[in-house]
Design a binder for this molecule. Structure first.
Ligand code: CS2
Ligand code: MN
Length: 368
């Protein structure tokens, strides 16, 4: 397991790079060009800038999250060709600086959805919260109208230009079925995966968050059966999965341990975090320990360990604790704690495979 930390870039992320460097066992940045609109080719000078920043902090840039997919590709419009060509050019450039994994998602219109960014928890921390009835009662067309009437409106994780187009986009998807989305994803993979493979890159699709349809829009990256189908759409190691335990864990039917065993070798990137589910379908992004939520984090780390996982991982989201004023879900403290918990589990499984906690190099774990 190679631990990484997501960073949103200068002026966009209050966590200094040297703090990331100080988290034990963490050697890579998960990065993106957040100011480049989906569909555009990434400029080489901006890529090089990140390469330099990371290098100065002693961190690698092997994992990009995300190179976002233009809606015309998801919609299967004829105009998709130009965006697919841009995507290929970006892949070649990223390959040239040593990028190994590109995370992306195939969710129509909306990326991750929450109803509260700072929901207070009993211990005084705050976390991102999803209230099912609020989403079900919300009319996305009314929301789009509110956004358009208020130019300053922003939503975390949303590029401004995508936000402004929400109304049009929802309309464009009116007749797009799940099967249409599968066909459009298949076309994208047929075009992109060979280019990724030639450039030493593995594509890794992120599950839909939450893993169910919202606002009548189709969502397909939601379940074990659907990930099985995805892998068969283009059967090659460069067509892989970002297995996000928090996104998939919002649905109690998802057995993530079983997915890790079934999809071993096709998971270049693991997002490992917990969620606490409530009976009414609400969920909150609690701390990482199994006991704190509904997802079996200890079992998940064991499954990665037992299947010889050698890919990249990150703690994904965390709570806001100790009065940190960070990006919702992306503060330093709770994600750093999460990393130490994940390493604690991993090391315990690793050492327990050897007699009396002896490390492979012969030193006793407790004394080295
Ligand atoms: C999610 C997503 O994993 C996460 O942090 O919040 O925003 C994710 O980054 C994208 O869906 C991946 O493309
Ligand atoms: Mn995730």
């Amino acid at each position: 397991m190679r631990m990484t930390f997501r960073w949103f870039g200068e002026g966009n992320d209050p966590v200094p790079l040297r703090y990331i460097q100080q988290i034990p066992g963490t050697d890579g940045l998960v990065w993106s060009l957040h100011d480049v609109p989906a569909g555009e080719e990434w400029p080489m000078d901006k890529i090089r800038h990140y390469e330099r920043l990371a290098e100065e902090a002693g961190l690698h840039i092997d994992v990009v999250e995300s190179v976002n997919i233009h809606e015309d590709i998801k919609l299967g419009l004829p105009t998709r060709d130009v965006y697919i060509e841009n995507y290929k050019r970006t892949i070649r450039k990223l390959g040239s600086v040593g990028v190994k994994v590109i995370c992306y998602n195939f969710m129509p219109v909306f990326d991750w959805l929450r109803t509260e960014l700072h929901r207070p928890m009993p211990d005084g921390s705050t976390a991102m919260f999803y209230e099912k009835s609020v989403i079900e009662g919300l009319n996305p067309r009314a929301l789009a109208a509110t956004i358009n009437a208020n130019p300053a409106f922003s939503m975390p994780g949303w590029e401004p230009e995508r936000l402004r187009q929400m109304e049009l986009l929802i309309e464009a998807y009116r007749n797009v079925t799940e099967e249409d989305l599968w066909a459009n994803l298949a076309h994208f993979l047929e075009e992109i995966v060979p280019v990724a493979a030639e450039n030493g890159i593995r594509m890794a699709i992120h599950p839909d968050d939450p893993p169910w349809g919202v606002f009548g829009l189709p969502r397909i990256m939601t379940s074990q059966a659907n990930f099985r189908r995805l892998l068969k759409l283009y059967d090659h190691p460069s067509n892989g999965i970002t297995l996000c335990s928090g996104s998939l864990g919002a649905n109690p039917d998802n057995d993530i341990v079983a997915m890790i065993h079934e999809f071993a070798g096709r998971i270049p990137f693991a997002h490992i975090r917990n969620v606490k589910r409530y009976d009414n379908g609400d969920f909150i992004e609690c701390s990482h320990r199994t006991e704190d939520g509904s997802v079996d984090i200890a079992g998940i780390v064991k499954a990665y360990h037992d299947t010889g996982f050698d890919g990249y991982a990150r703690p994904d989201h965390g709570r806001q604790i100790w009065d940190e004023q960070g990006r919702p879900g992306y503060g330093l403290y709770d994600r750093a704690l999460g990393i130490m918990h994940l390493w604690g589990l991993w090391d315990a499984y690793r050492y327990s495979n050897n007699a009396q906690g002896v490390k492979a190099d012969g030193q006793t774990a407790a004394h080295s």
